[in-house]
Design a protein around this ligand. Structure first.
Ligand code: F6P
Length: 539
């Protein structure tokens, strides 16, 4: 296998300063370096991957066992070895069919039953059949959760705004009281349903926010407050302790990772916002991507290709970050969502066997919607000293037929950015521009240098017909599987998250010190900051 890595490195070295643009001398390049499924097109042709590199990358996927491990995941094998768990979020979006056994039990019937219960509950809330403690319909929903119990539904609810016909959804996640205070300020407790979402039901942020919101409900409704609560969790004993009625609790199994959980009960706010039918469409989009991932040949397989581009940029080109740039304002939270999906999954330093990784793993993922980012950080993308591979997303059609001009501008800008990154602007052209502006001599050279874009910067583009529930399901599943492909090639466990534990433990230990206990055993910086944050300067 190290042979393939070496060959890939030699391929890049041999390419030297080859221009990506020159690869388009091959009239078939766009066709060969793009793939499509169910109307969604992934274009990877604006990268410096040539035919030989693509073949080597595919061989890398083959020799690292991407296909076998993918099949093991879908079969329910316990590929999350450090937690001894299967990884079966895909089962939440599959139509009930053949039995799927985990620990000797068929997981299909409980999934179908929970989905039915969610649908009944969502319909009853949406229709006003279930009323509040004051006998009114619920007009607002607050989801209290964090990480995977927040980012997925918050991102998806926003993405699907044109399909909203249910109560308005709000999200409280941060333990910073500002989040709760600002959200509650404009809401009427008499008409607000609260969903407490936490896989473990122990997460300090969520429990703290839940208690605060419960107090807010109690102040208005007294004992009736608990009838405004629902819960989403795997810990049914703990939801009962909060006094939440069992028929308002939606459970899921431990083989659904937090950052992969929006396909089940964690997606309840999505269902409340767009209705059960829209939610089913969302599931069928993601299931269609599952099928594609399982069935398509590797060189036509969107998640595999996207993963291989990631490997090429991270390990062969050594680019430390990648930018996700949705030209779709409703996907504004997609970069934040992908930060958890990608960085919590693949931000790892050891192999599955606990050995140090021989090469870098997950890159830093960041981004903002276009065109806003163009007026902020794109300067660095075009002329900065780091190359940042860009991932553009764009719909052929918008939801605003009366605002066609906007969407045309959006498309033109998206295409212009990937083109500009690739072609750049030579010093000679910049020099002519400077001359045209009246600069002469040395000043002209200086001005030209500032206006030169080296170009040859890679990007991929994901183009889809329209942002519907189906499309959104496809996009998210595509990225989930991309993360999987990369994780397999790096040989890591993409499904645990031990790296978040230490900070949680230390926060627990620091809490008494924040409240005035002596800061024994702490370093001088932490002690000094504790003194400063105590507000009185001394302790
Ligand atoms: O902080 C890590 C994490 O465990 C995430 O993986 C998870 O999505 C989040 O916390 C929230 O966890 P829970 O749903 O159990 O409250």
């Amino acid at each position: 296998m190290s042979d393939i890595w070496n060959k890939l490195e030699r391929n890049l070295a041999a390419a030297g300063d080859r221009r990506i643009l020159s690869l388009f001398d091959d009239p078939e390049r766009f066709g060969t370096f793009s793939a499509e499924t169910d109307g969604m097109l992934l274009d990877i042709s604006k990268t410096n991957i040539d035919g030989d590199a693509l073949s080597l990358l595919i061989r890398l996927a083959e020799t690292t066992g991407v296909a076998n491990k993918r099949d093991a995941m879908f079969r329910g094998e316990k590929i999350n070895v450090t937690e001894d768990r299967a990884v079966l979020h895909s089962a939440l979006r599959a139509p009930a069919s053949d039995p799927l056994m985990v620990d000797g039990k068929d997981v299909r019937p409980p999934i179908a039953e929970t989905l039915r219960r969610m649908e009944r509950f969502a319909e009853d809330i949406r229709s006003g059949w279930i009323t509040s403690a004051t006998g009114q319909s619920f007009t607002n929903v607050i989801n209290i959760g964090i990480g995977g119990s927040d980012l997925g539904p918050a991102m998806a609810v926003r993405a699907l705004a044109p399909f909203h016909d249910g109560p308005r959804c709000h999200f409280i996640s941060n333990v910073d009281g500002a989040d709760a205070a600002d959200t509650l300020r404009d809401l009427d407790p008499r008409r607000t349903l609260v969903v407490v979402a936490s896989k473990t039901f122990t997460t300090i942020e969520t429990m703290t926010n839940a208690n605060t919101v419960l107090k807010w409900l109690r102040a208005a409704l007294g004992e009736g407050a608990v009838s405004h609560l629902a819960a989403v969790s795997t810990a049914l004993d703990k939801t009962a302790d909060m006094g939440i009625a069992p028929d308002r609790v939606f459970g899921f199994a431990d083989w659904v990772g937090g950052r992969y959980s929006l396909w089940g009960p964690v997606g309840l706010p999505i269902m409340l916002a767009v209705g059960p039918e829209g939610f089913r469409e969302f599931l069928s989009g993601s299931h269609a991507m599952d099928r594609h991932f399982q069935d398509a040949p590797l060189n036509q397989n969107l998640p595999v290709l996207l993963g291989l581009v990631g490997i090429w940029h991270r390990n062969i080109c050594n680019y430390p970050t990648r930018a996700v740039l949705p030209y779709d304002q409703r996907l504004a939270r997609l970069p934040a969502y992908l930060q958890q999906l990608d960085m919590e999954s693949n931000g790892k330093g050891v192999t599955i066997d606990g050995q140090d990784l021989p090469r870098p793993s997950g890159p830093v993922v960041w981004g903002e919607p276009g065109t806003n980012g163009q007026h902020a950080f794109y300067q660095l993308l075009h002329q900065g000293t780091e190359v940042v591979p860009a991932e553009f997303l764009i719909a052929a059609e918008s939801h605003e037929p009366d605002l066609m001009e906007h969407h045309d501008l959006l498309k033109a800008n998206c295409l212009a950015q990937s083109e500009a990154l690739m072609i750049g602007r030579s010093f000679e052209t910049a020099n002519e521009i400077a001359a045209g502006l009246g600069f002469e001599g040395d000043e002209r050279q200086v001005q030209a240098a500032h206006r030169t874009f080296e170009g040859n910067r890679p990007s991929v583009t994901l183009a889809y017909p329209k942002l519907t529930p189906f499309t959104l399901g496809q996009i998210i599943a595509l990225y989930e599987h991309r993360v999987f492909v990369e994780g397999v090639i790096w040989g890591i466990n993409s499904f645990d998250q031990w790296g978040v534990e230490l900070g949680k433990e230390l926060a627990n230990a620091l809490l008494p010190m924040v409240r005035g206990a002596p800061a024994q055993g702490k370093d001088a910086s932490t002690q000094g900051l504790l003194r400063k944050l105590s507000g009185c300067g001394h302790r």
